[in-house]
Design a protein around this ligand. Structure first.
Ligand SMILES: Cc1cc2nc3c(=O)[nH]c(=O)nc-3n(C[C@H](O)[C@H](O)[C@H](O)COP(=O)(O)OP(=O)(O)OC[C@H]3O[C@@H](n4cnc5c(N)ncnc54)[C@H](O)[C@@H]3O)c2cc1C
Ligand SMILES: NC(=O)c1ccc[n+]([C@@H]2O[C@H](COP(=O)([O-])OP(=O)(O)OC[C@H]3O[C@@H](n4cnc5c(N)ncnc54)[C@H](OP(=O)(O)O)[C@@H]3O)[C@@H](O)[C@H]2O)c1
Length: 452
């Protein structure tokens, strides 16, 4: 290979940044451009991790070091790749290899009547709203009703339930932007109903997250399990499931936060069959389930819960990438060790990492080994990959201009970062306040303020 290897990583979330880090570390000749459709890096660490999980956000201190070697790695933010953006084959003209680390941003659907009524949200959209994602600033959920429903038994369901139930003043000390803090402060929600299709022995929560809802100020947690726990359930093999079960069993006897002015209800063995309402959501109809050899079976017992919003936190799927194969069932791109595959044949120069590769599960750290695996495949293949048509590393910047795209580079992002820190100082008691609107981010990116 005559030209120094140039690699594009699409997505500046954890998997993209861990892949870039591994590429730069393992091969001193490689240069990397990390491209993201947003003007800000960090993917779901910035736009998924709940605002009150401040410690979790400190992982950014590790992720940011990927950009330390400014001569070899660039950030090209505000550049969408694929549909309505820069086509993948254009990128292939500028890079030896393209790694897609674009995550899983599509909300899965329940497939029940009423799901499209206003007031019904996928967790992706709802979480994006409270995390200040530029695409969700106009969501404006109506929080004027005392009831709210969250469907699902994973950590995202707990995040949403916690944000809706906890006192809004707790969020003032976080990076949540003012509109969100104000909307939650004005919220009339008193009862958050978490609807779980299987039993207490099956929930996917991590025990630390479950414990956290039991410790919220002024919030009572009530377990509705139709007597399943009292009748006794077989002890799960997995430690975290045993811990969850133990906690839930204790909570039946002693509900944490008893007498609190808000409540989180955990309803087990119930599935949504219809979202109720004419012009907007007014509630949800559930069917009670039984378990038959661990399989969920619907009974003929139905129940209705009143609610002004329904948030389904039932998982995600990736968006297909034009020109690459896609598995609709899993919402992922077929691969072997990160190499995109059509049947038994790798698609030369195309790779995947993170959620688009392995599906929407796993914590931030899971993406480190995953990114390292993909990076190893790229580096092993490099000698056989076709050189880019354009020999100059900066040719991509010219090309982006042809598409009318002016990327937000690392210096520009640091200006946004500095402005958010300034807004945090202004509010007081918080490290930063996010700028949510894309235009305001872009304005801060070109301001004359010096990055810190
Ligand atoms: C709501 C929520 C909360 C979570 N909270 C935690 C937590 O507290 N702790 C924890 O350990 N894990 C948490 N996780 C899991 C963790 O966030 C994921 O494991 C991780 O973010 C997946 O990384 P990724 O890089 O594959 O995807 P993402 O983080 O989604 O990053 C994908 C990036 O690709 C960009 N992109 C997408 N499409 C394009 C395109 N066409 N062109 C250019 N760029 C594009 C996106 O803008 C994004 O920046 C949470 C997940 C969710 C959904
Ligand atoms: N603090 C943290 O560490 C943190 C925070 C947020 C997210 N995360 C991670 O991010 C990943 C994604 O989280 P997640 O909560 O989206 O996914 P998840 O853990 O896979 O949970 C999805 C839940 O949706 C339920 N579900 C799926 N389809 C359903 C349907 N049709 N009807 C009713 N329920 C349905 C599933 O039930 P079944 O079990 O019955 O299938 C499951 O309980 C996870 O790995 C999670 O741990 C971590």
């Amino acid at each position: 290979m005559s030209q120094a290897p140039r690699i594009a990583v699409i997505g500046a979330g954890p998997s993209g940044l861990y892949t870039a880090e591994a590429l730069l570390k393992e091969n001193p000749d490689v240069t990397v451009d990390v491209i993201d459709r947003l003007p800000a890096p960090y993917g779901l660490v910035r736009y998924g991790v709940a605002p009150d999980h401040l410690k979790m956000k400190s992982v950014i201190r590790a992720l940011v070091t990927t950009f330390d070697d400014a001569a070899r790695v660039r950030f090209l933010g505000n550049v969408r790749v694929g549909e309505d953006g820069i086509p993948g084959d254009v990128l292939r003209e500028h890079y030896h290899a393209v790694v897609y680390a674009s995550g899983s941003s599509v909300d899965r659907r329940l497939g029940v009547p009423g799901e499209d009524l206003p007031g019904n949200f996928g967790s992706g959209a709802f979480v994006s709203w409270y995390c200040g994602h530029p695409d969700s600033t106009r969501l404006a959920p109506d929080l004027s009703h005392p009831g709210a429903v969250v469907v699902g038994a994973g950590n995202v369901a707990l995040d949403v339930a916690r944000v809706l139930a906890r006192p809004a003043q707790d969020l003032a000390g976080t990076d949540a932007h003012d509109e969100v803090v104000d909307a939650l402060a004005a919220s009339a929600v008193t009862d958050v109903h978490v609807v779980i299709r299987r039993g207490p022995q099956h929930v996917k929560f991590t025990p630390a997250e479950l414990r956290q809802i039991g410790k919220l100020d002024d919030v009572e947690v009530l377990v509705h399990d139709d007597g399943v726990l009292a009748a006794g359930v077989a002890e799960p093999a997995e430690r975290r499931m045993r811990q969850n079960l133990q906690m839930l069993t204790e909570w039946i006897e002693n509900p944490p936060g008893a007498g609190g002015s808000r409540r989180i209800h955990l309803h087990f063995l119930r599935s949504p069959v219809r979202v109720l309402g004419e012009r907007s959501v007014t509630g949800i109809e559930l069917v009670h389930n039984t378990l038959d050899a661990e399989k969920v079976r619907a009974t003929d017992r139905h129940e209705e819960l009143d609610a002004g919003i329904v948030v389904r936190a039932i998982g995600y799927a990736g968006e297909p990438i034009p020109g690459l194969p896609f598995d609709e069932g899993t919402g992922t791109v077929p691969h072997e060790s990160g190499r995109v595959m059509v049947g038994d044949e790798p698609v030369a120069g195309s790779y995947v990492a993170g959620w688009i590769k392995r599906g929407p599960t796993g914590v931030i750290g899971t993406n480190k080994g995953d990114g390292a695996e993909t990076a190893a495949s790229v580096l092993a293949d490099l000698p056989g990959l076709a050189a880019p048509v354009h020999p100059d590393r900066d040719s991509i910047l010219e090309r982006l201009r042809e598409f009318d795209v002016e990327p937000v580079d690392w210096e520009s992002w640091l200006r946004v970062d500095a402005e958010e820190i300034r807004l945090g100082e202004q509010r007081g008691g918080t490290e930063r306040v996010k700028i949510a609107e894309r235009d305001a981010m872009l304005k801060a990116a070109v301001s004359t303020g010096r990055p810190r």
